[in-house]
Design a protein around this ligand. Structure first.
Ligand SMILES: Cc1cc2nc3c(=O)[nH]c(=O)nc-3n(C[C@H](O)[C@H](O)[C@H](O)COP(=O)(O)O)c2cc1C
Ligand code: SF4
Length: 450
């Protein structure tokens, strides 16, 4: 495996005690932060150019400022550790490798926005992460090195929607993972609102985003910007899965070409086969092999009509059938929706059924039209971004691989390789292997468990 000289967030070896963390300068950032005016910390985070690592790439400093400047006296900070994006495992890896770094980042964010309380939302099934973070929280609290804001860990459901920020707030309030109506200004979402005049705004930030914060505070803005690109400074923790020789989790400078991730770090496509398609999770358009030299930063990935997502890249070689891939992704987005809005209840449902017909051999050009129209149902009074993901992803597959769709008309898949939507359940560092949550017969066929 190639060496990774620019690792900032991922230590070589997991940090398993507070003394180990302190020996590696841990805790110094929070101690420093508490001597600085919150306003200056927010200004530095803004100047650092840190962008959210949870998928949207929104400026963290701008988000913090919008809540910090809200006149409501009660504010919250929420760390999103739900990690449900297919093909992504970096938040769990960060929590396992260094839970102290995350808690320090949460505490600094809480101080900067003057939060009454901090929450960390993780799935109930994330046992190893819960164990690591709760142990670190107990140690840091006992030693009094966490700052004044209490941190509560909330264990939530398996739903993909648990990671959607409005649904995450619902779960923290004791409800189900159902996105509430977006009736409040963007990035200012209330928690425990009793009086409509007091919105109790909450900042929601991803685990990796907050792991960057102690380093920015301790080492400074220039240090942070010394790797990465102007548009997207710093490193990103990329997850690589699918048909590559060395699936894994790689922290690299932003702006590293996608080809370098796949070929140098991932060892290239399995058995030297040609690449067919790359997906950055299920929220962006397909990345074609011709775009392999694109730098992995927010602007460049948008520039090719796709997106960086949360840095999880799923690789499919030429032995895959794109109809199978499109079907699995569409099915995932439909099954994981909550059916509150027409775009999912009807649109993604229609796209998934039409794709099934095409696979089964009873579909034709009219069904391709149904796939496109169904997937493009959003935006249409949707409470959350999930069906927009379908509208970006599914038509991009159809339009880039139309001849392959045409070949399936009235005959369907004839011995096509079944595809997997990689819902990652675990990662074994010693073998470099992921475990998939969807261990169905279909998944076994894909041979990703080898
Ligand atoms: C369906 C759906 C699922 C999401 N899942 C996650 C997730 O698991 N983790 C995450 O950090 N963000 C997830 N997001 C994005 C969050 O809503 C939110 O934008 C993010 O946590 C903000 O953090 P950041 O600014 O640090 O990126 C999801 C969004 C959608 C629409
Ligand atoms: S858009 Fe879809 S997933 Fe989002 S709240 Fe509406 S039905 Fe649920």
């Amino acid at each position: 495996m190639t060496s990774l000289p620019d690792r900032r967030l991922l230590p070589e070896r997991a940090i398993e005690s507070l003394s180990e963390y302190v020996a590696a300068a841990g805790g110094q950032a929070l101690a420093k932060a508490l001597t600085i005016a919150p306003e200056r910390i927010i200004a530095d985070v803004k100047r650092s150019g840190l962008r959210g690592r949870g998928g949207g790439g929104f400026s963290t400093g701008v988000k913090w400022a919008s809540v910090a400047h809200d006149p409501c006296p009660t504010k919250y900070i929420v760390c999103n550790g739900a990690e449900g994006e297919p093909g992504t495992f970096k938040d769990r890896y960060l929590m396992r490798k260094n839970p102290y770094q995350l808690l320090e980042g949460i505490s600094i964010a809480a101080y900067a926005i003057n939060a009454k309380k901090a929450f960390l939302g993780i799935k109930k099934s994330f046992e190893k992460e819960y164990e690591a973070v709760s142990r670190a929280l107990a140690e840091m609290s006992a030693r009094g090195v966490l700052g004044p804001t209490p941190i509560e860990i909330v264990r939530g459901p398996e739903d993909y929607l648990f990671g959607e920020e409005k649904a995450l707030l619902e779960v923290i309030e004791g409800g189900d993972a159902l996105p509430r109506e977006a009736d409040m200004p963007p990035y200012v979402k209330g928690l425990f609102v009793a009086d409509p005049a007091e919105l109790n705004p909450a900042v929601v930030n991803n685990v990796e985003t907050l792991c960057n914060v102690p380093h920015i505070v301790l080492r400074g803005v220039d240090w942070f910007r010394s790797v990465g690109t102007k548009d997207s400074p710093g490193t990103m923790v990329f997850t690589l899965t699918g048909d590559v020789e060395r699936p894994g989790i790689y922290e690299l400078p932003m702006g590293t070409p996608l080809r370098t991730l796949i070929e140098n770090h991932g060892g290239g496509i399995t058995s030297g086969r040609p690449l067919k398609a790359v997906f950055s999770g299920v929220a962006n358009a397909v990345i074609m092999p011709s775009a392999l030299d694109t730098p992995l930063d927010f602007g460049s990935m948008q520039g090719i009509g796709s997106g960086l997502g949360s840095g999880g890249f799923i690789i499919y070689d030429d032995s895959n059938c794109v109809l199978q891939i499109a079907y699995r992704f569409s099915e995932f987005l439909f099954v994981e929706s909550c059916f509150q809005c027409i775009a999912c209840k009807s649109g993604t449902n229609q796209a998934t059924s039409a794709l099934r017909k095409l696979i089964d051999g009873t579909g034709s050009g009219a069904d391709v039209e149904l796939v496109l129209a169904g997937a493009r149902s959003a935006p249409r009074a949707n409470r959350c971004y999930l069906p927009v993901e379908a509208s970006l992803l599914i038509p991009s597959i159809v339009l880039n691989f139309l001849p392959e769709f045409v070949r399936h008309y009235d005959r369907g898949c004839q011995g096509c390789r079944e595809a997997v939507t990689p819902k990652l359940a675990d990662f074994d560092e010693s073998t470099g292997k992921f475990t998939y949550a969807n261990t169905t017969a279909a998944a076994d066929v894909a041979g990703w468990f080898g």
